[in-house]
Design a protein around this ligand. Structure first.
Ligand code: ADP
Length: 357
């Protein structure tokens, strides 16, 4: 899976169907976050397992084990960390890997935690190496060694920490060094959501935002949300705007359909860029194989934008395949754009790749 590639791509954050939170998301998401496990929609297995972990810890009167949450942006990792704190009746501190560049930054946070506090460390795979090593000891022994001084005179002063629960979140569990991964008592992998689950997310958010919505309207939004609650909530807000300006505010199927046509998000959740890539692949290169650079030139985008922003979702949707010979469209891609594939292996024309991959 390649969805994790989009995490750091600025271009993705600017898209209506990007999974990374933009400024507006950050402002409104707090109001839409489920507050306990009962309100959290979908992810049945993760919920069931986490419920057991938390209940057992509560029954023992102990701090919950460290939890690692892996999964694409926008699937509810931050929300779950807040729920863990709420279910444990504990305060929560939120920080992220990129914010901790020096071991001293981490020592400062750890030494100010209260007993039982939840420390949410987003993008844990992006922490610096020295901080990571300090974290090993903190997680295992609730202790850190603070280094005082420099050079030969430097001394390590051990510092006891109160027991705490680390909730680490990563889009790339595979990138975590095994010693770090092994120190989590519980690891949960978050999956993309089914359209039915996203419909429930949309209904719930519409209710909280005081927006009237019909089931067919919610289904229309859910189907275009790329399996991601954050995108579902964002599309809902855009459709709400349209419904207010163009109609009486009520979201019907027709309104959702018309609104999302204005924003160029199609029935499968593809946006303008996704469709441009597919269209070039099909119309200019007969479905491929074609090199990435050639494809990027054809759509007038940077190679990285095509590779990191458009392709992961197209691959996930089974519309495009990355092969050693280049990018190839699948039969589903032809069907999606309403085109007929030429005959021949993999729909390809043997078109020459001018730029290499
Ligand atoms: P992540 O930390 O994985 O990027 P967040 O926890 O910030 O994702 O979730 C993004 C938004 O999606 C939140 O505002 C939240 O309201 C919504 N959301 C995520 N998961 C769920 C869920 N299971 N049920 C309802 N809403 C959800």
């Amino acid at each position: 899976m390649n969805w994790d590639d989009t995490t750091d791509t600025g271009a993705d954050a600017e898209r209506l169907v990007g999974a990374v939170a933009d400024r507006e998301d950050q402002a409104v998401e707090a109001a839409l976050r489920p507050k306990d496990l009962g309100e959290f929609i979908g992810q049945e297995k993760v919920r069931e397992q986490l419920d057991l972990v938390l209940r057992a810890a509560r029954a023992r009167g102990a701090t919950a084990d460290h939890v690692l949450l892996s999964g694409a942006p926008g699937l509810g990792k931050t929300t779950l960390s807040m729920i863990i704190a709420a279910e444990m009746g504990a305060p929560i501190r939120i920080t992220s890997g990129p914010a901790i560049q020096h071991a001293g930054d981490l020592a400062a946070i750890l030494s100010s935690l209260q007993e039982g506090e939840v420390l949410f460390l987003d993008e844990i795979h992006r922490m610096s190496r020295p901080a990571e090593e300090m974290l090993y000891m903190a997680m295992e022994d609730f202790r850190v060694d603070v280094i005082v001084g420099k050079g030969p005179g430097a001394t390590a002063i051990p510092l006891e920490l109160p027991p705490f629960t680390l909730v680490g979140a990563t889009t790339r569990a595979g990138l975590l060094p095994p010693p770090l991964r092994d120190r989590f008592g519980f690891t949960a992998h978050m999956e993309f959501y089914e359209p039915r689950e996203l419909e429930r997310v949309v209904h719930r958010s519409a209710h909280l935002l005081d927006v009237a919505i019909e089931p067919a309207g919610a289904a229309e939004i859910a189907g275009r949300s790329r399996g991601t609650p954050r995108i579902a909530n964002r599309l809902l807000r855009r459709v709400r705007d349209y419904a207010q300006v163009k109609a009486d505010g009520r979201i019907t199927r027709e309104i959702a359909h018309a609104a999302l046509a204005v924003y160029e998000v199609d029935e499968r959740g593809l946006d303008r860029l996704d469709r441009a890539v597919l269209e070039a692949l099909l119309k200019l290169f007969g479905g491929g194989p074609v090199g990435l650079s050639t494809l990027a030139v054809a759509v007038g985008e940077e190679r990285e934008t095509v590779e990191e922003v458009a392709e992961p979702f197209l691959v996930r949707e089974g519309l495009l395949a990355r092969t050693p010979r280049g990018r190839v469209a699948t039969p589903a891609a032809w069907a999606h754009l309403g085109l007929t594939a030429p005959r021949g292996p993999a729909g390809g024309t043997g078109q020459q790749d001018l730029f290499g991959t």
